[in-house]
Design a protein around this ligand. Structure first.
Ligand SMILES: Cc1cc2nc3c(=O)[nH]c(=O)nc-3n(C[C@H](O)[C@H](O)[C@H](O)COP(=O)(O)OP(=O)(O)OC[C@H]3O[C@@H](n4cnc5c(N)ncnc54)[C@H](O)[C@@H]3O)c2cc1C
Length: 392
């Protein structure tokens, strides 16, 4: 005997749980099937354990998609304020860290508790450690799972994407899309540390700077982000670099401005008059280890005033527009999100339902909608889950 529900949601992450509670509140019978032993694992580890659960300023311009207008309708119908109201209702204390980014004051566990509590109150069945072995769409949907057979009228795929496989990420959503003929925009790791090459193609020489953080503006693909960059034992990370990783692929160029508040003219004037060697001159702005390694890499060790003008110009150019190439990234193991995914051209932007397959919905990160760093990805999970939850 199959267990029958109006709605089955596969995946108990942010999007799936939001969809479940919304549909449950409408009186639909809802089951969420999750293959992990616990729900919301990504929420638990997010934001360093404090979940950056939304961004006050989330708008379509903060998302990347090959169909950039798709997210507009759902975002406008479930603005950040709606989720904040829910957070307040549950007595969860939060604070704005920077740039509209809202974090829990205490723990991400509170956000999972909120979603679980709302689902319970709405009568949703959350079924963990349930593996879906096969599914068919024939006058509704039929699922064969490790816990028996299920049937439903509406099926929602909320299984996330490929980043962080150790938390249970799978390609399940893409396989379902293929099974039903829904196209996929090629996925790749996003918000991911970059292993760069220098502009001339030579290997990254700054491994010994691991641990140093400096502020910068990082730019790629027409977008710029002012934030910190972090030297790692393999390359570059930190919020500014994670942000630009969404905008450049392997082999493409990104640029760093390491002295955002200086101009080329002022720096060249200062350099021309300085008796300091380049490493000491750079110490005015940067940590000593960085100043020494950067100077050694790019200019001769002689007083700035005695250096050839072309050498001074080269150094200043590197400081203000340091062009680097993406040799590779740290991949899905370290990527916070996946760029690309189920092609939104095949879906209704109001409901997340497939245009060609009645009753089949895709929500959350499995879709080709990727947010910036800063709470935008959870906002998309809430927004898309809410949109589908109102229709299923
Ligand atoms: C380290 C890290 C930190 C992050 N921090 C933030 C942050 O602070 N703010 C922010 O906005 N975003 C953050 N993100 C991104 C954010 O976590 C995701 O965008 C968001 O969780 C996506 O929600 P989702 O529900 O679509 O997918 P997921 O959260 O990935 O949920 C999908 C669920 O489906 C389950 N599943 C997968 N395959 C199957 C299957 N075959 N059968 C059954 N279940 C399955 C998974 O186990 C999982 O529970 C972070 C990501 C990472 C990796």
């Amino acid at each position: 005997m199959s267990q029958r529900f109006d709605v089955i949601i596969i995946g108990a992450g942010g999007a799936g749980l939001m969809c479940a509670m919304t549909a449950g509140q409408r009186g639909r019978s809802v089951a969420v099937l999750e293959h992990n032993d616990r729900i919301g694992k990504k929420i638990l580890i997010s934001g360093g354990g404090r979940c950056n659960f939304t961004n006050l300023d989330a708008g379509p311009e903060n998302y990347i998609s090959s169909n950039p207008h798709f997210c507009r309708s759902a975002l406008s119908r479930y603005p950040a304020g709606e989720f904040i109201e829910l957070v307040r209702k549950h007595g969860i204390e939060f604070y704005e860290k920077t740039l509209g980014q809202l974090f829990c004051k205490h723990s991400s566990r509170q956000i999972v508790g909120l979603l679980e509590g709302e689902c319970r109150d709405a009568g949703v069945d959350i079924i963990s450690e349930c593996k879906v072995n096969a599914l068919q769409g024939d006058n509704g949907f039929q699922l064969q799972t490790s816990l028996g057979d299920f049937e439903c009228e509406s099926l929602v795929i909320a299984t996330g994407a490929l980043s962080f496989p150790k938390l249970g990420a799978t390609d399940f959503g893409y396989r379902v899309a293929k099974q039903f003929g829904v196209p996929i925009v090629e996925p790749r790791p996003g918000l991911v540390p970059i292993i760069p090459k220098l502009g001339d193609g030579s290997p990254w020489p700054f491994i010994e700077l691991s641990g140093i953080s400096i502020s910068c503006v990082a730019s790629a693909g027409g977008q710029s982000f002012r934030d910190q960059l972090l030297f790692t034992h393999r390359g570059l990370s930190g919020p500014a670099v994670l942000q630009v990783s969404n905008y450049c692929r392997q082999g493409e160029t990104f640029a760093l401005n390491l002295l955002v508040d200086e101009t080329s003219t002022a720096l060249l004037d200062d350099a021309r008059q300085s008796r300091q060697t380049p490493d000491r001159w750079l110490e005015k702005w940067f940590p000593k280890r960085f100043a020494h390694a950067f100077a050694k890499q790019f200019v001769p060790a002689k007083p700035m005033a005695q250096m050839k003008q072309t050498d001074r110009e080269r150094l200043v150019k590197q400081l203000l527009e340091w062009k680097l190439i993406v040799a590779k990234t740290e991949g899905y193991a370290k990527a916070e999100v996946t760029v690309g995914g189920v092609d939104t051209n095949a879906l209704s932007s109001k409901t997340m339902e497939c245009c060609e397959i009645s009753g089949l919905y895709f929500i959350g990160e499995v879709l080709d909608v990727t947010g910036w760093l800063g709470g935008y990805n959870f906002q998309w999970a809430w927004v898309s889950g809410h949109a589908a939850g109102q229709m299923v």
